[in-house]
Design a protein. Structure first.
Length: 103
């Protein structure tokens, strides 16, 4: 894997999320009370962009059918989602956000 700079801490307030486009896929970047987290941006149930959904604490809800995932672990927390989403390590370096992603 390789570390890729994706932005600055000031880009996202707590409670916000955004899509990060990589060459192979789109990721979702979340800023929650516990810090920054990154996952695949695609719901495993309906192939919908999770960053277009809602974020409540550490749980993102898919906008299509309302399935939910814990952004810290990728584990589904509400039906119809049963397959986890991929998660990626995030580091903050001098105010910059870096994701460990293998292109």
């Amino acid at each position: 894997m390789s570390w890729i700079k994706v932005g600055h801490e000031s880009d996202l307030a707590v409670g916000e999320m955004k899509q990060i486009s990589m060459e192979e896929e789109d990721l979702a970047l979340y800023h929650i009370e516990e810090g920054f987290f990154a996952t695949s941006d695609v719901c495993t149930h309906a192939a919908q962009s999770l960053s277009q959904g809602t974020l409540q604490g550490a749980v993102v809800a898919c906008p299509r059918h309302g399935g939910k995932f814990d952004v810290r672990t990728g584990q589904p927390t509400a039906f119809p989602c049963v397959i986890p989403i991929a998660t990626y390590p995030v580091e903050i370096r001098d105010g910059e956000i870096w994701i460990d992603y293998d292109e």
